[in-house]
Design a protein. Sequence first.
Length: 319
Amino acid sequence: MGTMRSVQYTPRVLDPLRLARAAFSDPRRHARMFRRFLRAPGVRSPRSILVMRPDHLGDFVLGVPFVRALKDRFPEAAVHLAVPRRIFELAGRCAGVESVTVLPDRIEYWGPPSRTPPSMTLRRATFAWRTLRPLRPDLAVLPRVDADGYGAALMMYVAGAVERVSFSESSTPQRARINEGFDAYLTRALSLEAPLHEVAASRRLAEALGCTTERWALEPLTTPEERARLRAVLSAALPAARGIAFVAPGANEPRRRWPAARFAEVATRLVAEGVGIALVGDRGDAAAAAEIAARLPAGHVVDLTARLSVPETIAAMAE
C-alpha cells in the first residue's frame, strides 16, 4: 500500500510581491519562500475542492470515477476541475462538477525544473493566483501519477489550498525527471512501492482520501443520440460481426505507443473468433490505423480515425 506523509505549514496570507520574485526554477526554494504564508493543512470537511486534470483524452476519461468518488465522500463540497483546452468540452459533462477552468496552452512545458524558464514559472503562478485562487479551495488534488507538464503542484500551492494532495515525484521515472522537487508543494504525498496504471493509481489516491471505490466504473459522458449514431455506423460497416473491438493505436507520448504490427496481430486473432475491429483516433493516428487495417481481411475492419467527434470516441470507449 502507498504511504502518505504530511508537511505542516503556518497560517498567513500569500504576498503577491514575493510571488513575483519566485520566478526561478527550484521548487524547493519556492516552497521555502511560500511556506510561511500558507495556512495549515488538515481539512476534514472541505467546502471547495480543486481537481487538477492536466491529462489527455484517455487518461481523463479513465479518471472520471475519481471525481465521482470525491463527490460521494464530500457531498456538500463544490468540485472544480482545471483541464487543458483539448478536453474542456468533455469535462463539462461530468456530473457533480461546479465549474471547469481551462489551463492555458502557454503554461505547458515538459522539461525538468532546472530547464524551466523563469517566465514559465511566473506564468503558472500568475494564472493560479488570478484564476484558481478565487475558487478558495480547501482541498486541491492532482490524481495523475505520471509526469505533469503544467506545473499543477505549484498552481495548487499558489491557489492557497489548505491541503494539497498528489503522488510523490518518485512514483514514475518520468515524473521524477519532469517534476523533481515538486513534493515540496504538497501537504500529503502518496508514495508507491511499485508503478501502477493511472486507473489503479487514482483508485489508490481516492482510498487514501477516505473515499469508497465500490462504485468505481467508467461513465459514458455521451448522449443517447451520440451512442445511437455510433451504433448505426458500426452496424453498416460490420454487419456480420458477433462483437466489436475498438483499437486506438495512438498515444501522445512515443514511449506509450505500441507497434502497429502488434495491434494487428491481436486484431487478427479477434477476427478469427468473429469479432469486428473498429480503429479509432485522430489524424495523427491515421498511418498506424492504415497499417493495421491493411493486415486484416476486408469486411472485418472499419477505420474511424478522424471521423468521430470526441464525445463519439468516448461513446466507443463506453461500448
